[in-house]
Design a protein around this ligand. Structure first.
Ligand SMILES: [Fe+2]
Length: 299
């Protein structure tokens, strides 16, 4: 595979089944600052943060997990090429009827962890939304929606699927031991110039560990951070920086127990020069549990 031939452009959307729709709505609109979109034809609530008609789909249900994700493919021809490669590897695809995701073509495949991946060509685009709480907007466009950390049943099998079949590139890996003896072994994969669109790790309780949205300005990251505390959203990792994507960001909990990361300033991949590295720490600084500060200050 050479430069410019990648079929998948990036992450298009995330679809969650959640037990508390109202709390998710408050988080996405009032804390993170997204705009409610038109309800999807299947009744899902949708949320916008750029020209795409919808970037988040929420349906009420008990999974409290990611139930599907969408990757945007460059064209119908690119989709055919991709599906032919998948078929050769015995990965079945099926056509999804209707257009509940505001996209013309929609095929579904299953990744090795069992999560449905929808491959879409021709996503509907509208006038950009008004985002008064995030005036600088989010970094999307050619970089896709953001990134996601997914559960791999077998890291080796999932890496083969994403790298060899979907043509993601390896950005780097982090392998280390955290306090408490927790072994971290994560592979970071890119589909475009965003440092990673997908991160994969084993031994995780839900299909998704976290999703990340990147603000264009540092100020907007800071404002969302403030609002998380103001609105009682549980911040799980304070502002910090990862050694590999150099993203400055924080993590907090959604009402489904899945984390989200809001970041700013992640590095961009130039494939002509990029060499994957192995890192032995998750953070350069920060990413502390707020509880650790409380304990120190209440002594
Ligand atoms: Fe992340």
């Amino acid at each position: 595979m050479t430069l410019g031939e990648r079929e998948i452009l990036g992450l298009a959307y995330l679809s969650f089944e959640v037990s508390d729709l109202a709390a998710w709505d408050r988080l996405l609109v009032e804390t993170i600052g997204l705009e409610r979109g038109k309800d999807a034809p299947d009744g899902a609530l949708t949320y916008r943060l750029d020209e795409n008609a919808a970037r988040f789909f929420l349906k009420e249900g008990r999974a409290d997990d990611l139930v599907a994700l969408g990757f945007e493919v460059a064209s119908d021809e690119a989709l055919s090429r991709l599906l032919a490669r998948l078929e050769l590897a015995n990965v079945r695809s099926k056509v999804l009827p209707g257009a509940p995701r505001f996209a013309e073509t929609r095929m579904e495949i299953l990744e090795p962890g069992g999560l449905p991946i929808e491959l879409i060509a021709g996503a509907d685009r509208l006038d950009p939304p008004k985002l008064p709480l995030v005036p600088g907007g989010f970094k999307t466009g050619d970089f896709g929606l953001g990134h996601i950390a997914l559960r791999a049943r077998s890291l080796e099998e999932s890496r083969r699927f994403f790298e060899e079949l979907l043509d993601f590139g390896l950005s780097d890996r982090i392998e280390c031991e955290l306090l408490g003896g927790y072994h971290v072994d994560i592979a970071f994969l890119h589909a475009n110039r965003r440092h990673h669109t997908v991160a994969l790790g084993e031994g995780l309780p839900k299909a998704i560990v976290h999703f990340m949205l990147e603000t264009r300005t540092l100020e907007d990251l800071g404002r969302i951070y403030d609002r998380a505390f103001d609105h009682g959203v549980r911040v799980t990792k304070t502002l910090g920086q990862h050694p590999n994507d150099r993203m400055l960001g924080f993590y907090a909990l959604t009402p489904s127990g899945i984390q989200f990361e809001i970041g700013h300033g992640g590095v961009e991949i130039d494939e002509r020069r990029w060499e994957p590295s192995l890192y032995h720490e998750v953070s350069i600084f920060g990413h502390r549990s707020p509880r650790s500060y409380r304990d120190v200050h209440s002594r």
